[in-house]
Write a protein of this length. Structure first.
Length: 162
């Protein structure tokens, strides 16, 4: 990626499909000569379900440390130790849907990952993906992966906000 980046791609990274989404977004940013904003959202107010066993929810510090580790692992997996100049990495505090929709306002593309149970069932969109599809201020690309053997190239669906 070049240092003079006019477009911006935002990629949300969390969960099993994060690496595939980040790799796809990085390739697309390279093709467009765009900057890449890698966002991992951490919600300190998130609580365990009422039926969860006591102590199942991580403490605030444990949740933050886990989010930092997830973000570092995703970036390291995509770029190794040589992160390109037009890549910005952000650990954002808040509700994932709100943070990502907010970042989409200044972006040319929002990239998210979605997982599937098998190669034959397609993929399912979780609540964050659904909210971003409904409210994003830019086109959204969903990169799907499978929990079965990883496909050679992730499936993508290009969706325009309404």
């Amino acid at each position: 990626m070049e240092a003079n980046c006019e477009q911006q791609i935002v990629v949300g990274v969390k969960g099993p499909a994060a690496r595939a989404a980040l790799r796809w977004a990085a390739r697309e940013a390279g093709l467009r000569k765009a900057s890449l904003l890698v966002v991992r959202v951490w919600d300190p107010a998130r609580h365990a379900a009422p039926y969860a066993p006591p102590g199942a929810a991580p403490t605030g510090e444990e949740g933050l440390a886990s989010a930092r580790e997830d973000l570092a692992d995703a970036v390291l997996g995509a770029f190794g130790l040589d992160v390109p100049a037009c890549v910005t990495v952000e650990l954002a505090e808040g509700i994932a849907e709100r943070v990502l929709v907010g970042r989409s306002a200044g972006a040319d593309l929002l990239v998210l990952g979605a997982s599937s149970l098998s190669d034959h069932e397609g993929w399912t969109a979780g609540p964050v993906v659904r909210a971003c599809l409904a409210h994003s201020r830019c086109p959204v690309v969903i990169v799907g992966t499978s929990s079965a053997a990883a496909p050679a190239a992730p499936a993508t669906r290009h969706l325009m906000p309404t």
